[in-house]
Design a protein around this ligand. Structure first.
Ligand SMILES: [Zn+2]
Length: 139
């Protein structure tokens, strides 16, 4: 991998105080090495790792993604209650879920207006609101 790509990955880990082990660095470089935000599943990232000729197991990819979430480097977006996507953009923003190919992309946040939310039940507060807009080709 290019030096700049690895450097971005390394800086990203650094920002969260994570030690840049070889595996973490490989995944970090694939996630943020080009300086762009992306949405991955453990499976899609695992496929990318294999393309690089690195030997990291799917379980390790999954656990590392979880660890990145735990320190706030990634945001997890769940679709269907089963598919987890990991987003390098950790700010609140809406998503498009493309049902035809199972991908997740950002939806324009400036076009979303949430006028009112139900009041949180007694003794609770709203932690976050996830907006996933499901898309399918027009019939
Ligand atoms: Zn996103």
């Amino acid at each position: 991998m290019e030096h700049q790509v690895l450097q971005r990955g390394s800086d990203w880990l650094d920002g969260a105080g994570l030690r840049p082990t070889r595996q973490r660095l490989t995944l970090a470089a694939l996630l943020v090495g080009d300086g762009k935000n992306r949405h991955v599943t453990a499976e899609s990232l695992f496929a990318k790792v294999k393309e690089q000729g690195e030997s990291v197991s799917l379980a390790t990819v999954y656990n590392t993604l979880r660890a990145f979430c735990d320190v706030g480097l990634l945001q997890e977006v769940t679709v269907d209650g089963t598919r987890s996507y990991f987003d390098t953009n950790t700010h609140d923003h809406p998503h498009f879920y493309w049902e035809n190919d199972g991908t997740l992309t950002d939806a324009p946040a400036n076009e979303l207006q949430i006028v009112q939310l139900p009041e949180a039940p007694e003794g609770t507060e709203i932690a976050s609101v996830e907006v996933v807009i499901r898309l399918r080709p027009k019939a």
